[in-house]
Design a protein around this ligand. Structure first.
Ligand code: 4AD
Ligand code: MG
Length: 430
């Protein structure tokens, strides 16, 4: 019977066949230990010379790393391995013999591994990170589906910019100028007026010359948008959503967190509600913590965010930033035009901003004023203004950066390991 490694626990004491690759191997004169992988997981295969044909034992002993095979044997419990099961191998049928696989069990430098990303993805660590990424995506669909949201897909090619014009990728759209989407938000606002509660999940592009452990040129964002929801209600949705993905990963990715040696003590404390601190108070806190030259009105950098996050056990919302340093569409704070109804959610343990969100301006005249201040002329923005003209309602939304969230939950240092094929400042290969 053909099965997979992930299904092996259900096949205890049965003889099965698995299509697999050889991840690693160790052998002596009488026994060979094969580290097998099949995409669904990793499992040890034990080949005992006296139990198999000479041909099978020779094959097991001499096979090269990453050779592919059909391997048949009995699944037995193995309490020493974290997976809990191994295969007592009876027959190996070689499919393809690999030669000189470049990524050997020894240590390799990051640039070398990034140049071999198409192969590096096979490694146990990368496998674990991608499984956690997948679980966050799964839990995201579950959360929004269970809470009455519908998924809407905004366009990737756009004529307008949501987050400022400096970081846009330009492209020709026949005779017109177009950009790759930085955020689906503006379109999601139109969708919220049509469907109430919506979310999107898709790639976004920032031509940002940043070379930090938190920045990708192409990254994936989850962007919910809700009609009749104010800023405070949006924060409650955000903390419930983040709690649900953290708890899903803890529950469904135990093996992967273990492979990554992720200390989960901090993650286990992540339950809504999350603390909130205003930008005003955050500036005071930073001054107390030794950032003496930070001035009100300046944006926070990574060291500021990390320092603020250290004062809290859970992710923290920094709310009501200065109007000057935020996007054109954010609604002013009541009775204060210098700050807006927005929040960034800062993850613990130095992983930085994972969510940016706000209540949107719903007043037509005020939006027109903002258009003038931000020089948003031309037909590309006409439709967005019309949303304020026909049955405008209070509405809010936010964007969660998938890769930063994967980095945080997996405990990996750099976002380049959280997406299958990262696009970085100096990397378009592979
Ligand atoms: O804060 P940002 O720029 O917000 C928006 O784009 C809003 N329009 C979202 C909305 O309200 N619908 O980006 C949102 C999140 C950030 O908090 C961060 O997690 C992630 O996207 N992000 C990046 N992740 C990786 N690399 C980059 N260059 C990123 N830029 C933003
Ligand atoms: Mg932001």
């Amino acid at each position: 019977m053909k099965t997979t490694i992930s299904q092996a626990p259900n096949q205890k004491d049965q003889t099965v066949t698995i299509g697999a690759w050889l991840a690693n191997k160790r052998s002596s004169g009488k026994i060979a230990f094969l580290q097998l992988r099949d995409g669904t997981g990793f499992m040890q295969g034990v080949v005992v010379k006296s139990d198999v044909s000479e041909e099978t034992f020779e094959l097991a002993k001499n096979m090269n790393q990453e050779s592919s095979m059909y391997i048949t044997g009995k699944i037995v419990e193995d309490t020493r391995s974290p997976f809990g099961y191994e295969m007592q191998v009876s027959v190996i049928e070689l499919i393809h013999e690999a030669t000189d696989y470049p990524i050997t069990p020894k240590e390799h430098g990051t640039e070398f591994l990034m140049d071999h990303r198409h192969l590096w993805l096979r490694s146990k660590r990368q496998h674990a990170v991608m499984k956690i990424r997948n679980e966050i995506i799964r839990a995201t669909y579950q959360f929004f589906n269970e809470n009455g949201y519908i998924k809407i897909d905004p366009p990737i090619l756009t004529g307008s910019s949501a987050e400022g014009t400096t970081e846009l990728f330009h492209t020709k759209y026949f005779d017109e100028e177009a950009y790759l989407s930085q955020s689906g938000q503006l379109y999601m606002e139109a969708a919220a007026m049509a469907f109430g509660k919506v979310f999107s999940f898709g790639p976004t592009f920032r031509a940002e010359k940043s070379k930090t452990r938190r920045h990708l040129i192409e990254f994936w964002m989850i962007e919910p948008e809700m009609a009749f929801v104010d800023h405070d209600e949006s924060l409650e949705i955000q903390e419930q959503y983040v709690t649900s993905i953290v708890q899903s990963v803890l529950k469904n990715c135990k093996l992967e967190l273990n492979v990554l040696e992720r200390d989960t003590t901090q993650l286990e404390k992540i339950q809504a509600p999350f603390p909130r601190i205003s930008y005003d108070d955050a500036v005071k806190l930073l001054k107390e913590k030794g950032f003496t030259d930070i001035e009100w009105g300046e944006d926070f950098g990574a060291p500021h965010e990390t320092s603020i996050a250290e004062s809290f056990e859970k992710p923290v919302f920094i709310t009501n930033y200065p109007t000057e340093i935020k996007a054109f569409y954010m609604k002013p704070y009541p009775d204060r035009s210098d700050v807006v109804l927005c929040a960034d959610l800062i993850a613990p343990e130095g992983y930085g901003e994972i969510i940016g969100g706000s209540q949107r301006i719903d007043d037509l005249a005020l939006m027109q004023e903002r258009y003038e201040q931000h020089d948003l002329t031309g037909p590309a923005y006409k439709w967005y203004l019309e949303l304020r003209q026909y049955g405008s309602v209070p509405h809010s939304g936010f964007g969660l950066g998938l890769e930063r969230t994967v980095a945080w939950l997996s405990g990996v240092e750099h976002v380049r390991e959280t997406i299958p094929f990262p696009r970085l400042l100096n990397r378009l290969y592979p």
